[in-house]
Design a protein around this ligand. Structure first.
Ligand SMILES: Cc1ncc(COP(=O)(O)O)c(C=O)c1O
Length: 381
């Protein structure tokens, strides 16, 4: 089996991650921060260490600014609902995932928020000057997808930061956290949503939001935190303000292990490996006749995420053939990002997406290229 669907979720997880999940369940499965006994303290300790690890990995000075959520979607909803109110304006891009587009549509219809969508070019690149030009005196937030889950292009965060001036900047790092070096403090990012189950190598059901110190963000959910229980009010301190209810302890333990593994490996080594995988994949696919490859024709500076079509074959038929004949797992369609496909000219059928990850091997890439060559040849005959 060849798994090339890492942009959806990474698989398999490293042994360190599996072990950490199991270890939490067996040795620390109590409710963290609630009960004061030693098991509860052990669970709280593991979650604290995971929070420290992710804060260090993403360049946050204080781990209390890292809120754990179930996924990037919850983190994005929390940030958007907290920042955008009646009469406000938001600037975003056509490369956003539905986890940004759908909450924005809701806020437009229910709260009267106005939304400007800056289109990428047909190669999936966003011009920071276009973002600057879309800003109005009522702009309260700029939301940018750091890495396209359709064609892997990476947005230029420092240039975008400069273009938007003092307007709060929300980065969707679902595809890039763990894959592309990120430093929230250096790049003056106000809010950064990440998911734990993709390039950070953690289990599904994990993710989070970085909140810049001093940024006032009301919670999306309120409830028990194990702190300040005498009060009917939600505690104002972070992370408790945003973390009500029993957390996904086993998941967070696994996420911590994934992040520590990446930190030991090093940002640069991970990025170099992903670039090598992309180069191998792109170079192999480029030589196949009858194939359309989307995105800039160079291998540098992108995630190892490649979108293609074989002639006029339906992307779902290509993906089905790869799965059933070659046991190769890829994803076809719109990848929850219809506007991105409109920018690329691939709406509504979408594309076939091959997404490698840090755990992918050269042999995985070679098998996928060989299988696509065969399918393309058949389609031509
Ligand atoms: C760019 C982008 N944003 C957000 C998400 C949502 O992530 P999650 O499913 O973890 O909520 C994804 C997932 O594919 C994504 O690719």
């Amino acid at each position: 089996m060849v798994y090339l669907d890492h942009a959806a979720t990474s698989y398999p997880k490293p042994a360190e991650v599996t072990r950490a999940v199991l270890d939490y369940l067996v040795t620390a499965g109590a409710n963290p921060g609630r009960s004061g006994h030693t098991l509860s303290a052990r669970a709280a300790r593991i979650i604290f260490e995971a929070r420290e690890a992710i804060a260090r990995h993403l360049g946050a000075d204080d781990s209390r600014q890292m809120i754990f959520t179930n996924n990037a979607t919850t983190a994005l909803n929390l940030a958007l609902a907290g920042m955008l109110h009646s009469g406000g304006h938001v600037v975003t891009t056509s490369l956003e995932h539905n986890s940004v587009m759908r909450p924005l549509r809701h806020l437009r219809e229910r709260r009267g928020v106005t939304v400007s969508v800056v289109r990428s070019d047909s190669d999936g690149r966003i011009d920071p000057e276009k973002i600057r030009a879309a800003i109005t005196p009522r702009t309260r937030l700029v939301v940018v997808n750091h890495g396209s889950n359709v064609i892997g292009t990476v947005a230029p965060i420092p240039e975008i930061r400069q273009a938007v001036g003092a307007i709060p900047l929300l980065i969707d790092a679902a595809q890039t956290a763990g894959a592309v070096p990120i430093n929230v403090a250096r790049d003056a990012i106000d809010l950064l949503a990440f998911t734990g189950h993709k390039a950070l190598l953690g289990p599904q059901g994990t993710g989070g939001l970085y909140i810049r110190p001093g940024l006032d963000l009301p919670p999306l959910t309120r409830g028990g935190t194990g702190s300040g229980s005498e009060s009917d009010d939600q505690p104002a301190i972070l992370p408790d303000l945003h973390e009500s209810g029993t957390p996904n302890g086993p998941g967070i333990a696994g996420l911590g292990a994934g992040v520590r593994l990446l930190t030991v490996t090093g940002h640069d080594a991970v990025w170099r490996r992903e670039q090598a995988l992309l180069k191998r994949l792109w170079t192999g696919l480029r030589e196949i006749g009858g194939l359309t490859l989307y995105g800039p024709d160079n291998q540098l500076g992108r995630l190892p995420v490649v979108s293609l079509r074989i002639g006029d074959q339906a992307p779902s038929a290509t993906a089905h053939a790869l799965d059933r004949r070659n046991d190769i797992k890829v994803r076809a369609g719109l990848h929850c990002a219809p506007e991105a496909h409109r920018s690329l000219g691939t709406f509504p059928a979408g594309t076939v997406r091959l997404a490698a990850g840090y755990m992918s091997t050269d042999a995985d890439i070679d098998r996928a290229v060989a299988a696509i060559r065969e399918i393309a040849q058949e389609a031509r005959n």
